[in-house]
Design a protein around this ligand. Structure first.
Ligand code: AMP
Ligand code: ZN
Length: 678
């Protein structure tokens, strides 16, 4: 088969698979087969750049960087919706409608998805552009990011209007949201508050490769165009479905407001079983001719109405405020409540976030508080019922000392949270750090679990993760439920962790804000712990996507202050951490990129610092940066006198070009760069 033919065949197969998997939820081939085909296509496309297709399934993995999202005017305005809250509101709406249109009126009932609204543009069956709602008249061009969402078809099936827009909602299903939060907690980061904001935030990430990793979905429900061949909203949903879009399966055609209410009442209960957040029902006049007659008010269509579900709320009593210490020392106040039923679960606790939150709401022990389960997964306290406040109530005094080790807490400028600074002596932090170190995504130490770690610490067998490597089986035997065999397994598991790659070791160290992705970036750039330990703030922030906050945290982790240089007996955490690293080194832990990783890499570009700007055709930006680093060069995000070359693609920013020209830095094309490597 000729390469072009093969490429077309693979693209079609992959598209079809994507459709079956992400739109229909009925996969037809295994993930493995899919990956094999995808790799095959990637290889062919690399060899034959002349068959480039902006909508190829290989581009779903992302990699394109958007620094500034371009503002785009909507061809058809994106309206808001009027809200209703009761049967009466809906009946009033029907009365208004019946005055304006003749004949029977039928309605469609759809669920109101709580995500980020989006408008997708298609021309001749190809995906062209994705724009956020913005102010309704113009929004942000988020095409590169939306392209990575697998349920958005890049090429349509069957019959389709030649040009049209389709609107819908980008949502983050609960399951994916929970997984993302688990990873954040593991990295010692604050969890995301709710799926909707996280979905909206995802669309504005600069690296589309990051968006590709997020399990976003796109549900579409509204067609706009000048040659749409249908007469009702129901038909619109049907043709959109046939073109390959994921349209809501829960949409019902009804003939009266009573039937609308029946739909609302049903879904007000069953929505809790859906995989994503909904906050109401949208009722639309089904007939498009009638829709046109009804038209729009200044803000919303007259032919549609949103019915908002009431956020579920209950009142209960705040019995106690307790304080949790995280593995990075962050303190989280927790409300302990008199147990109460809410949205199908019993709620006993709610997060109070931080001291400001308590002060803002003036929450006190003994208060009757309103608890709500909205978009958030963890219930939150939204207000205090001051009428019910007991006379004896006292203003909440936030703790000043760690509940665990009694050390005085600190709160840094700009931080919402208080921290226990006693990294070396605070039991919860010690246990938490070691538990993180051994966890699956870090050193993945088999045979050793979180509870055993706690026992090891409380029995004074270990105080840092480096101590794990000195353990002997007979020291473990006295511990609860520890038999000879399991003790040996612990020792073997610990020994086996010497083969864990440097990037995961770096993640395992538990440096605040250094999660999995950041650890990968740092290990790739610095290649060894020694280089990282000695890096200056400037060198750290010069690394692509490393900001001030991460740089400061890395510096603090290894910091030796001058005073402590003189009086080394009074060790700073930085010195302790350096000592721990030396012990890990003695035990054979990988503290640099392994030889195999370095193989296949050259030093052709050593000593050169590159800035990459614009969009490229033969390789993605991410690949281009990888090529630079794999061949010994460095990538920096901003142009300075130290920059050796600027590699410019299409649409390079004018300010960058000016700066490069001003500093006399050579600007080279993608091809000129690729030639440097041969
Ligand atoms: P609001 O932002 O409260 O004015 O509500 C209007 C928004 O609801 C629209 O812009 C859409 O993003 C969103 N929405 C969610 N589900 C639907 C649906 N089935 N039909 C129309 N709009 C919907
Ligand atoms: Zn403490």
């Amino acid at each position: 088969m000729a390469p072009q033919e093969k490429i077309t065949q693979l693209r079609n197969q992959l598209r079809d698979h994507n459709y079956k998997y992400y739109v229909l939820d009925t996969p037809s081939i295994s993930d493995f087969e899919f990956d094999v085909k995808l790799k095959e296509l990637q290889a062919l496309e690399e060899k034959h750049p002349e068959y480039y297709d902006a909508n190829s399934p290989t581009l779903r993995v992302g990699g394109e960087i958007t620094k500034n999202f371009e503002t785009v005017a909507h061809e058809f305005r994106m309206y808001s919706l009027d809200n209703s809250y009761s049967k009466e509101d809906l009946e009033d709406w029907e009365t208004r409608i019946k005055k304006m249109v003749d004949g029977e009126v039928q309605y469609t009932c759809e669920l109101k998805y709580d995500g980020a609204s989006i408008s997708l543009r298609y021309e001749n069956g190809n995906f062209i552009k994705a724009v956020t709602r913005g102010d309704g008249f113009q929004g942000d061009d988020v095409t590169a990011n939306v392209k990575t969402i697998k349920s958005v078809p890049l090429q349509l099936k069957g019959d389709y209007p030649s040009k049209f827009e389709i609107r819908g909602e980008i949502v983050l299903p609960f399951e994916g949201f929970h997984k993302m939060n688990e990873a954040r907690l593991e990295a010692g980061e604050e969890p995301y508050r709710n799926p909707r904001n996280t979905a909206a935030g995802s669309l504005k990430l600069q690296d589309s490769g990051e968006v590709a990793k997020r399990p976003l979905e796109c549900l579409l429900y509204s067609l706009k165009g000048n040659d749409i061949p249908t007469t009702t909203q129901m038909e619109n949903l049907e043709i959109a479905n046939n073109m390959g879009f994921k349209v809501p399966q829960i949409a019902k055609l009804v003939s009266s407001i009573d039937e609308v209410l029946a739909f609302i009442n049903h879904w007000d209960i069953y929505r809790h079983e859906l995989p994503y957040e909904t906050d109401g029902v949208v009722i639309k006049v089904n007939n498009l001719q009638q829709q046109e007659e009804l038209g729009y008010t200044a803000k919303a269509p007259r032919w549609a109405m949103a019915y908002k579900f009431k956020a579920e709320q209950v009142a209960t009593i705040l019995e106690e405020i307790t304080y949790q210490v995280g593995r990075t020392g962050a303190i989280t106040p927790v409300a302990n409540l008199e147990p109460v039923e809410l949205a199908g679960t019993t709620v006993k606790r709610a997060s109070l976030h931080n001291a400001d939150q308590i002060e803002k709401l003036d929450i006190r022990v003994g208060d009757t508080v309103f608890v709500e389960k909205g978009g958030e997964i963890i219930p939150k306290i939204i207000a205090v019922d001051f009428d019910k406040r007991p006379l004896s109530s006292k203003i909440t005094q936030y703790i000043t000392h760690c509940p665990d080790c009694k050390r005085q807490l600190v709160r840094n400028e700009g931080d919402a949270k208080h921290y226990c600074p006693n990294e070396e002596g605070c039991p919860t932090q010690i246990i938490g750090r070691i538990q993180h170190f051994i966890s699956r995504k870090a050193m993945d130490i088999e045979g050793l679990g979180g509870e055993t770690v706690a026992l090891l610490v409380t029995n004074n067998l270990v105080t840092t993760y480096a101590d794990l490597y000195d353990l002997k089986a007979d020291q473990l035997l006295p511990l609860d439920r520890m038999a000879q065999k399991s003790a040996e397994n612990v020792i073997a598991g610990v020994a086996a962790s010497c083969s864990i790659a440097f990037e995961r070791v770096l993640f395992a160290l538990g440096i605040r804000f250094v999660g999995e992705t950041v650890a990968k970036k740092l290990s790739k750039h610095f290649k060894s712990i020694d280089a990282l330990m000695n890096a200056t703030f400037e060198e750290l922030i010069a690394v692509d996507e490393i900001g001030d906050r991460i740089a400061e945290s890395v510096i603090a982790f290894f910091a030796i202050s001058e005073a402590q240089d003189l009086f080394t007996q009074d060790n700073s955490p930085g010195i302790e951490n350096r000592k721990i690293i030396e012990r890990l080194r003695e035990n054979g832990i990988q503290l640099e990129i392994s030889a195999e990783k370095l193989a296949g890499q050259t030093t052709i570009l050593a000593g050169n610092i590159f800035v990459v700007s614009g969009v490229f055709t033969q390789v993605s930006r991410t690949e281009l940066k990888k090529l630079i680093e794999d061949n010994g060069g460095k990538v920096s995000s901003s142009i300075s006198t130290k920059t050796t070359y600027v590699v410019a693609g299409d649409n390079m920013g004018p300010s960058k070009r000016e700066k490069a020209e001003g500093l006399n830095i050579p600007i080279i094309s993608e091809n000129e760069f690729l030639v440097m490597l041969v």
